[in-house]
Ligand binder design. Structure first.
Ligand code: UD1
Length: 403
């Protein structure tokens, strides 16, 4: 089973195509609705785009608008990385608060504070935010929390600033390293992504670029979990096991037999999964995006497992749906306890966010009978042909027309 390109790497990389004022050719881009929204925003700004399967060519030469359309901005939080790219190239951007999955407060205060430190004038008027700068200046920015989006936005905004911009307490997620690699291939001079300190040494121009997006570690983890929860076995190819250490460790702790060979991961599930205790943390800790997916897998575990969500405060909405299936879950603020239950019942379920929706799919695969999941547009935001991939693994799943 081939893993698709990473959604969370591709989104800021697509925004980065604004910076070179020329051609960006991207490969291994997942075919999902979040990417389509990102491309629609770029088109509205004046970019020319060719999109063919997992290849996208963007020409950002003729950008003629610095205003991100509010309707598209509302659809997706990661549209906020376009702000950093427009500031980086034009020192000018108007936008509204971004939308996306409702999994917590998700403010953008860290992004805005950082832009101000770089010399950007940030003005808020009703629902609009206007960022404009005469001249930008390098700075040392210490993030209060290692925010992925803020780290990426500072990298994008500071590419052309004369001098050295430093980000301390930077997020260390592999997607940030992928963004650094793409920007450096364009001619930027960035060091340190993957560690908690990143240095951006200003350059005066960027070139055309061709770049291959890294594999999606969350999609890979989802497929492994789907198989682990259903006594199966799987061979993933085009994966990056180095990015998945905590997820793989926890699957091993559950009793899965895992072997790794370069970009391949082989998993064989045990008869019965063991219970585990997990807490989400910034990378290299256990990823918050795998939280719901792992909980749905632990339905098949022996005994009581626990999960603590430390990144987003509202990421347990799927729990009430699992309870409808007969799953015993107790929630105490950020921590839940789940008791293994072999026989859960099929029922009608509602996806309420992307990863919570994927968790419902994994739960429904375990239930005897037919479960119907509505609101699957959330799931389609982040998974490229999930139904087709699961069918290949033996699942009985179909997407109804009109969904
Ligand atoms: C990115 C990922 C998302 C993942 C998350 C954490 C993309 C497109 N999305 O989201 O899938 O779940 O990282 O790994 O890459 N925060 C603030 N102020 C800010 C920014 C963030 O308080 O200005 C808080 C958030 O509310 C949250 C925490 O910091 O509680 C982490 O957010 P952040 O790392 O910024 O996540 P995203 O970049 O939105």
């Amino acid at each position: 089973m081939r893993v698709s390109g990473s959604k969370n790497a591709a989104l800021p990389i697509i925004a980065a195509s604004i910076l070179n004022g020329g051609l960006t050719e991207l490969h291994n881009v997942p075919n999902i609705s979040d990417i389509k929204i990102m491309l629609q925003i770029l088109e509205k700004l004046g970019c020319k785009i060719e999109h063919d399967s997992d290849k996208i060519v963007i020409n950002s030469k003729d950008i003629n608008s610095f205003e991100i359309p509010a309707d598209l901005m509302h659809k997706m939080r990661s549209s906020v990385s376009i702000v950093g790219a427009l500031i980086g190239r034009f020192k000018n951007c108007t936008f509204t608060y971004p939308g996306g999955c409702d999994i917590g407060k998700r403010p953008i205060d860290l992004h805005l504070k950082a832009f101000e430190k770089l010399g950007v004038n940030v003005r808020m008027k009703e629902t609009n935010i206007r960022c404009i700068a005469e001249e930008m200046k390098p700075s040392e920015i210490i993030l209060d929390f290692p925010s992925v989006g803020a780290t990426e936005n500072i990298m994008l905004a500071s590419i052309f600033i004369d001098g050295v911009t430093i980000i301390k307490n930077a997020a260390k997620e592999p997607e940030i390293e992928d963004l650094q690699n793409m920007l450096n291939k364009m001619g930027a001079n960035i060091k340190g992504a993957g560690s908690d300190m990143i240095e951006i040494i200003g350059v005066d121009h960027l070139e055309d670029v061709s770049y291959r997006v890294m594999p999606d570690r969350i999609e890979a983890g989802t497929l492994l979990c789907a198989v682990a929860a259903n006594n199966g076995s799987i061979k993933l190819i085009n994966a990056e096991p180095r990015h998945m250490e905590k997820t793989l460790d926890k699957l091993k702790e559950c009793g899965c037999n895992i072997s790794i060979e370069k970009d391949q991961i082989l998993l064989k599930a045990p008869e019965k999964l063991s219970n585990v205790d997990i807490e989400t943390e910034p990378y290299p800790g256990f990823p918050t995006d795998m939280q719901s997916i792992f909980v749905a897998t632990l339905i098949q575990s022996d005994g009581i497992s626990s999960m603590e969500e430390n990144i987003f405060e509202n990421r347990y909405k799927y729990v009430s749906e699992l309870r409808k299936m007969g799953v015993n879950i107790i929630q105490e603020e950020r921590k839940i306890k789940i008791t293994g239950e072999k026989n859960i019942k099929a029922t009608n379920l509602k996806a309420m966010d992307l990863r919570g929706g994927a968790a419902l799919v994994i739960a429904a695969l375990q239930a005897k009978g037919i479960s119907e999941i509505s609101n699957i547009e959330y799931i389609l935001r982040g998974y490229d042909k999930l139904d087709e991939k699961l069918r290949k693994l033996g699942a009985k799943i179909k997407v109804e027309e009109g969904e």
